[in-house]
Design a protein around this ligand. Structure first.
Ligand code: ADP
Length: 743
């Protein structure tokens, strides 16, 4: 029988580096230390395990500090041929046993994860061999009869089946979309065409999503090669878009793009085709390693933190008989899945592509991927000019509520997809007051050109909802403009206004038209959706600001109280605390008591006495009406005496600014497409049903507008159920160093 031994965890990053790996390492280290478990970093991936010595080192709480914002992996990664050999793995086992490590968290791609599994399967034989050779003693062999592993997928390609996102993919998308935006502006100035090659040898995620977020004209991905004769079709689309007012043309090519016959399609081939057939100056940009670089996005920091936390739980709970698990994210929740099944299915995609079974490859990629590909094609093929519709329908788009980055891409997608359905699209300028004043104009294909990348709201937004006196005027405006359906893109006020119109239908028959609300609010406080457009952009803005704030504090011992937006909803505060590495987050949902503040001050003082230089707290703007940001700063300053000083940073409206993040653009486009489909369906059926749309557990959800009152906490203007509140313990685990030192 195995003797009892304290648990030890090793963590390594292997294969290609990916932004967010550091956040995962930090989470693994801090979660393990919280549980009283020693955690070792294995430097340079499997190479460090094979080499041993000082490449395997115990990490302290502070060793995992100040790495969250860094790209790449601070513990190094490598490709290690020696680990592919049994002898290399035997040495690796010996080096792990020197430290008593028999639990591993591996952060890498499918190669690294299957290597880990092979190692795990071989472990008992390796241990027996080491014993037989006298390299380990009997008690050591008995204490460590099995190796237990948990895998996290670090791969910018987002190519692993079994997780919706891999570590690094969102950051890579940020880099690509930044590049497309930059190239787009020079291309537009010269009316040029650009072909951009994007990473993705076997996976079209980055090319497809960047084509949607970057507003490209055409995309080539490995899983779904274009039909024969695609060259002419592509040129035709580009010609048509130019004629409709587009000044730049952008084609995205995956590095693994191929024809239906399996022949590679290179960016240079696409350039030649475009130059020859369109006679245009065409340039190729290969983004290459820029895509792996830079600071991780807010999403990658947050997600990797959650994954690292769960991986430690998993590997500590594992027994010699447990099946190794991969920890990933499915439907907006952290989930475990059998590791080798995920690796095998991932390899099956590559095999299907190689065997030219493209339908099979797309099926393995999943429903959302296929939906997004079809949606991109619809958007790219949407007719620039309106063909005379058989049954003319006039759909109006209006904003209400505060500004949210992503409103413009939503309008762009709605206009183009609405035109494609044969509708006339109307833009209401200046929200409901604009509607009353008749500030309504027809939006054509070219009018929304370039709106994917634009922050703000070209149509204008306002926090006013129509008053009872204005309802008649709103009704008249809808009648005069012969509006058949209304898409309301906005925040809380948009939802309240929509509900008001819906409830007043009997009194004002003009309101008997289908309405749909599309959630756009940085506060992420809207019913019927776990995420609203704008929240991801705001989160990125906050996290970048926190990075700067932290750097500014380097020279002093300082406590920062950073106030973020959200009204009564603590989403931005909690998620930025998680992604930005805050020590404490104050939320209205939890409340703030004097007792809490006292405990915080004591903790703060003790940790500065212990050598801390920075204490970062984030306060949601309405966390408590009395314990304001000013009050908290004064309290901390007074109690901190000469130990540390206190500064506040109220981030304010910069959180609403900025160009929409890739995720917000994609979400805006996806939801707008469903809204147009919804309105079209209602009109075809002669129905005046109205709805709210959103994302629930990773899927598009459409709920009847009449259900809205049941879903909300009216006084606090937020949903009754907030999924993200469950993440609070993880935030705390990352921040609260266990008593008794750093290791
Ligand atoms: P990725 O993890 O990004 O897919 P690789 O496939 O290059 O990257 O794998 C990284 C490292 O993982 C390899 O250099 C090797 O050390 C190890 N590895 C990969 N596959 C195996 C395997 N089948 N057996 C043992 N080790 C492997």
């Amino acid at each position: 029988m195995a003797l009892h031994s304290p648990k030890c965890i090793g963590v390594l990053t292997s294969g290609g580096d990916a932004q967010g790996m550091n956040a995962a390492v930090r989470a693994v280290v801090r979660t393990a230390l919280q549980q009283g478990v020693t955690v070792y970093a294995i430097y340079e991936g499997y190479q460090g395990m094979v080499d041993g010595g000082d490449r395997i080192r115990a990490l302290s709480w502070d060793d995992a500090g100040n790495i969250l914002h860094r790209g790449g992996t601070v513990i190094g990664t490598a490709r290690c041929p020696a680990f592919r050999e049994r002898d290399g793995r035997r040495r690796a086992a010996r080096h792990l046993l020197e430290h008593g490590i028999d639990r591993l968290v591996i952060i890498g791609g499918d190669g690294s994860l299957s290597g880990a599994n092979e190692f795990r399967q071989e472990w008992p034989d390796l241990v027996a061999e080491l014993l037989c050779n006298g390299e380990i003693d009997e008690p050591t062999a008995q204490r460590h009869p099995a190796l237990m592993i948990a895998g996290l997928v670090g791969s910018i390609d987002n190519d692993m089946v079994g997780t919706d996102m891999t570590i690094g993919a969102d950051s890579a998308l940020h880099r690509i979309v930044e590049a497309i935006d930059a190239i787009g502006s020079t291309a537009a100035s010269h009316q040029r065409t650009f072909v951009i090659e994007v990473m993705g040898r076997r996976c079209g995620y980055l090319p497809l999503m960047s084509a949607i977020a970057g507003g490209a004209d055409y995309v080539l991905i490995p899983e779904s090669p274009p039909p024969d004769g695609w060259e002419e079709h592509m040129c035709e689309l580009l010609r048509r878009d130019r004629a409709a007012g587009r000044r730049d043309s952008i084609v995205i090519v995956a590095e693994g793009a191929q024809s239906r016959a399996g022949q590679p399609i290179s960016a240079d081939y696409v350039r030649q085709v475009l130059e020859e057939r369109l006679g245009e100056d065409t340039r190729v940009t290969i983004l290459g390693h820029v895509q792996r670089g830079g600071t991780p996005s807010a999403f990658d920091r947050g997600m990797s933190t959650l994954l690292g936390y769960v991986a430690v739980e998993e590997v500590l709970a594992a027994t010699p008989d447990s099946e190794p698990q991969m920890i990933g994210i499915r439907h907006n929740r952290i989930q475990r899945a059998p590791l080798m099944q995920c690796v095998e299915q991932t390899r099956a995609v590559a095999q299907k592509i190689a065997a030219q079974d493209y339908a099979g490859a797309m099926a393995l990629r999943g429903g959302s991927f296929t939906e997004m590909f079809e949606m991109f094609k619809r958007l790219a093929e949407a007719r620039p000019s309106v063909a005379p519709p058989t049954r003319p329908r006039r759909l109006a788009i209006i904003h209400a509520g505060g500004l949210a980055p992503g409103m413009n891409p939503a309008v762009r997608a709605a206009v183009r997809l609405g035109l494609d359905r044969g509708h006339t699209l109307l833009g209401v300028r200046g929200s409901f007051q604009g509607l009353i004043d008749g500030r309504i104009e027809e939006l054509r294909w070219g009018d929304v050109e370039g709106w994917t990348a634009l922050g703000g709201a070209e149509l204008g937004a306002s926090r006013q909802i129509p008053t009872v006196e204005q309802l008649y005027a709103v009704g008249r405006a809808l009648e005069i403009q012969r509006i058949d359906g209304l898409l309301i893109v906005g925040g809380w006020m948009a939802y309240e206004a929509a509900h008001l119109l819906y409830s007043e239908r009997e009194r004002y028959p003009a309101f008997k038209i289908p309405l749909i609300c599309l959630p756009a609010s940085i506060d992420n406080n809207l019913p019927g959706s776990e995420l609203s457009i704008g929240a991801d952009t705001a989160l990125n803005v906050i996290v970048q600001a926190l990075d700067r704030i932290k750097l500014s504090a380097m020279a002093a011992r300082r406590c920062f109280v950073v106030e973020v937006m959200g009204r009564y909803c603590g989403y931005l505060a909690l998620m930025s605390g998680l992604a930005g590495g805050a020590e404490r987050v104050y939320l209205h949902e939890e409340g703030v008591t004097l007792k809490d503040l006292q405990a915080d001050v004591e903790h703060m003082v003790a940790s500065f006495q212990d050598g801390r230089r920075l204490y970062l707290t984030i306060r949601s703007e309405n966390a408590n009406p009395h314990y304001t940001t000013d009050f908290m700063c004064a309290l901390f300053e007074e109690e901190g005496r000469n130990l540390f000083d206190v500064r506040q940073a109220v981030l304010g409206h910069i959180q609403q600014g900025g160009n929409p993040s890739p995720y917000d653009r994609i979400l805006a486009t996806r939801l707008a497409a469903h809204c147009i489909d919804y309105l079209t369906q209602q009109l075809e059926r002669g129905s005046t049903e109205s709805a709210i749309i959103g994302m629930v557990e990773g899927k598009v959800s459409i709920l009847p507008l009449k259900q809205m009152p049941d879903l909300v906490d009216w006084p606090h203007r937020r949903p009754k159920e907030q999924w993200w509140l469950k993440l609070r313990p993880i935030m705390q685990a990352m921040a609260q160093q266990p008593e008794g030192g750093s290791n």
